[in-house]
Design a binder for this molecule. Structure first.
Ligand code: RB5
Length: 147
């Protein structure tokens, strides 16, 4: 069974619960790290928790949510090896996997999306990483920027 790690701050408790349910319905084993409460937590801490867990290995991808998705995705992208996308619609979610090989996707619990976040999660999950040379080259250059 494919494993997914999920974490959020207090700004996205309900949205994250929907995503966790959806992923479980789709057959993923979800390691949910919280927070399931509305008590304030700091999004960099939640990003670090999930990314550290992801880097232990065995996970297909991760999902991070905060109020906007911005703080938690920026935080995740500070961690070596993490490529966290913040898709605004299904097209971007699909491209995040195909072109960027994003290993995390982020969403905002306080964002009024034009498309359902669960459709965006589906678009990401169902996409395949492009093996096209130009995309592989760009991904390698992107990761080289970490150094
Ligand atoms: C927390 O209030 C809020 O700043 C956080 O959820 C997120 O929106 C940050 O980017």
């Amino acid at each position: 069974m494919s494993k997914v790690v999920v974490a959020n701050d207090h700004g996205a408790v309900e949205l994250t619960a929907r995503i966790v349910d959806y992923l479980r319905q789709r057959g993923f084993e979800v390691n949910y790290l919280g927070t399931a409460e509305n008590k304030s937590v700091d999004y960099p801490d939640m990003a670090e928790l999930a990314c550290t867990e992801f880097k232990k290995g065995g996970y297909e991808f991760g999902v991070l949510c905060c109020g906007t998705g911005i703080g938690i995705s920026i935080s995740a992208n500070k961690i070596k090896g993490i490529r966290c996308a913040l898709p605004q619609n299904c097209f971007a979610a699909k491209m995040a996997k195909e072109h960027n090989a994003a290993n995390f996707i982020a969403f905002g619990g306080r964002i009024d999306y034009q498309e359902d976040v669960l459709d965006m999660v589906a678009a990401y999950v169902d996409a395949e990483i492009s093996q096209d040379e130009r995309h592989a080259r760009r991904r390698a250059k992107m990761m080289f920027l970490e150094n």
